[in-house]
Design a protein around this ligand. Structure first.
Ligand SMILES: C[S@@+](CC[C@H](N)C(=O)[O-])C[C@H]1O[C@@H](n2cnc3c(N)ncnc32)[C@H](O)[C@@H]1O
Length: 278
């Protein structure tokens, strides 16, 4: 084990300093991720199934205005929302850049006779014009974007929405800023999330207080000397900061909730869900 290299790797990186290591589309990680998505009781890759059911009920009853609308689900994962919404007769397109999740979602749709269009694509490259009544981005992926990526995506979403169309999404709030989230942990395992080989993983959370961003950094070392580093950044927002961003891109009539089940907005909530309009 090269301790000097390990010490270098474990330093706090620059804000949003990413590397090229595959994460969502890594063959092993995406397999473990799919298991996490599909575990009904985990709030990990997707929310628990009971929460997803409540979200879909809220979207169907309180957010979507009518049935004959076109919905685009960005970062749809294995289609847990898309399939439920399709069963309620909405016309759905799902986009994700995990090939494994898209394959699973497509297979499920075919087996259940659901007419859903799934696309394997980076959602930062979408190019639709006035095509959707609703665009959704669920489970706080908005915060994983740099400010530049966020701005690109908001422009693309605005363009892709029909006039009056809505964008529904959620973010982590500044309630995640507490010092107690700044943890360090390690894991040694033969059959873990990060690698198909036995590994030692060192995880540390860093806070970038000036940019309202948290980083979960994991260094994964296998016996053969291979070392990989995974960095998951997430920018958190307040009602005020997200409002400024949405105003800047022309969105209007923002409504705020504590989460995507439509729970009443509270300053104390760790998540904030927003419904906003073109
Ligand atoms: C936390 S999961 C949430 C999945 C789904 N929205 C849910 O709540 O069940 C994030 C998903 O977004 C996808 N994703 C992340 N960044 C993406 C991008 N730039 N383009 C397309 N998909 C992306 C990942 O592959 C993953 O399936």
């Amino acid at each position: 084990m090269n301790i000097k290299k390990l010490m270098e790797l474990s330093q706090k990186p620059q804000l949003f300093e990413r590397n090229k290591t595959l994460f969502w589309d890594d063959p092993h990680i995406s397999k473990k991720m799919l298991e996490a998505h599909l575990n009904p009781d985990w709030d990990a890759a997707s929310r628990k199934m009971s929460t997803i059911d409540k979200s879909v009920e809220w979207l169907n009853e309180d957010v979507f205005s009518k049935k004959d609308i076109k919905v685009l689900d960005l970062g749809c994962g294995p289609g847990l929302y898309a399939s439920r919404l399709a069963k309620l007769s909405y016309s759905i397109t799902g986009i994700d850049y995990s090939q494994r999740s898209i394959n699973y979602a497509q297979k499920e749709a075919t087996e259940n006779n659901l007419d859903i269009k799934y696309i394997y694509q980076n959602y930062l490259t979408i190019d639709f014009e006035a095509e959707f009544d609703v665009i959704m981005l669920i489970f706080c992926d908005f915060g994983a974007l740099t400010n530049e990526e966020r701005d690109i995506l908001l422009k693309k979403i605005y363009k892709a929405l029909k006039p009056g169309g809505i964008f529904v999404f959620d973010v982590f709030t500044d309630r995640n800023r507490d010092k107690d989230v700044l943890s360090r942990s390690w894991e040694i395992t033969e059959d873990g999330f990060w690698n198909e080989k036995p590994y030692l993983a060192l995880t540390e959370t860093f806070l970038y207080p000036e940019d309202d961003t948290l980083l979960d950094q994991t260094i994964v070392m296998t016996e053969d000397g291979e070392t990989k580093i995974y960095r998951l950044f997430n920018h958190f927002y307040t009602k005020a900061t997200i409002t400024n961003v949405l105003d800047e891109f022309g969105f209007k009539d923002h409504s705020y909730y504590s989460d995507v089940t439509g729970k009443r907005y509270s300053k104390k909530s760790k998540t904030l869900a927003v419904v906003t309009r073109k």
